[in-house]
Design a protein around this ligand. Structure first.
Ligand code: AMP
Ligand code: MG
Length: 337
């Protein structure tokens, strides 16, 4: 087996530094009224800073590796965006420990615009769960390495998720074939601990998690799935790939992401790190039809619809209920309902 501990170390450092930048922005800029004012500047600053930091640290250690990130620096280059640009440069400099210049920061962000093709590339969601970030709730920095169309390494930084130590902030790591771990996000002296999915054999006892945002996952349909399975517990609604982390460490037994529109295609950076985390913790991840997630098709999961992740033993039972619920409602027509 290839030794991926070197790249994993780099990824852990990069996600930690990016998570610190995001936390600083959330603490300083996100207010209770931020969402009502439709002010997206906090998430914009944090998104760009996070991508710049991860790309800068990967470039320094693994200069040949392409990075497929969600953001492009195009908007940030416009003259009208000078205040935003300055705020990004400040956050990046703070984390890198030196005064970075604006052009270097823009170039790092653009390093994250590689095509999703070739034998080896990274994929990055600098802030997954932007709505959660703006609500002052959950979000994640998600970084994964894809080799020959397979996710082989995944790291998730979850700044607001309770950690195993009782503190807030959890850092998750997974290597293909080598298990999954969690450790405190802010303290790099604490050793990682293995995590594993639960071994529930009856879905009726399960707690399932899903998106807070009803546009991202059909909450009416998930309620019907829960009913078919005999689940009485309330859904655990949480933004971002924190849902995969919840299943991987057995805070929940099921993650349902049920399509709200027939034409939506899931993005690789929204699922690469999280899906490997669940699989490496012993669980199973498929789409709503039971197909494995296919990372060979570029920037999107073109061949998949939605996501179902479980600890494994109840997976077929859950898929069966999902199929029945979808059949009852009729498949969503192209272009949405
Ligand atoms: P979550 O926090 O799990 O609700 O998911 C956040 C992610 O949902 C974002 O990163 C978006 O890429 C993605 N997203 C945006 N629109 C949709 C949609 N219509 N269906 C599913 N996911 C979406
Ligand atoms: Mg995302």
């Amino acid at each position: 087996m290839r030794d991926r501990r070197g790249p994993l170390d780099v990824a852990l450092r990069a996600v930690r530094a990016a998570s610190r930048a995001c936390r600083a922005v959330q603490q300083r800029m996100v207010r209770p009224e931020t969402l009502q004012k439709r002010d997206k500047s906090p998430v914009t600053v944090a998104d760009f800073a996070s991508q710049a930091i991860v790309c800068a640290l990967l470039e320094a250690e693994l200069p040949g590796d392409p990075i497929v990130g969600e953001e492009s620096a195009k908007a940030l280059r416009e003259d009208a965006q000078s205040a935003l640009r300055a705020a990004v440069v400040e956050r990046v400099s703070e984390q890198l420990g030196f005064a970075a210049d604006a052009d270097a920061v823009l170039a790092w962000i653009d390093r994250g615009n590689a095509e999703a093709r070739g034998r080896r590339y990274w994929t990055l969601d600098p802030i997954d769960g932007t709505k959660g970030f703006l609500r002052g709730e959950q979000y994640a920095v998600a970084l994964a390495l894809i080799e020959d169309g397979e996710v082989v390494l995944g790291v998730l930084g979850c700044p607001n998720l309770p950690g195993a130590d009782g503190g807030v902030g959890a850092l998750f790591a997974a290597l293909l074939g080598e298990g999954a771990t969690q450790r405190p996000l802010w303290d790099d002296a604490v050793r990682p601990r293995p995590i594993s999915v639960g071994d529930l054999t009856r879905a009726a006892e399960a707690r399932f998690c899903e998106s807070v945002e009803s546009e991202h996952s059909d909450q009416g349909e998930s309620a019907r799935v829960a009913e078919l399975l005999g689940i009485r517990r309330e859904p655990y609604r949480i933004d971002s790939q924190c849902k995969y982390a919840a299943v991987a460490r057995d805070d929940a037994s099921i993650y349902l992401r049920l399509p709200t529109r027939a034409d939506y295609r899931e993005k690789i950076w929204d699922h690469a790190a999280g899906s490997l985390l669940v699989e490496a913790a012993g669980g199973v991840v498929t789409d709503v039809e039971g197909r494995p997630l296919d990372f060979t098709r570029g920037r999107t999961l073109e061949g998949n619809r939605g996501v179902v992740a479980t600890g494994g033993s109840i997976h077929d039972e859950v898929l069966d209920a999902v199929r029945r619920a979808r059949a009852e409602r009729g498949a969503a027509p192209a272009g949405g309902r």
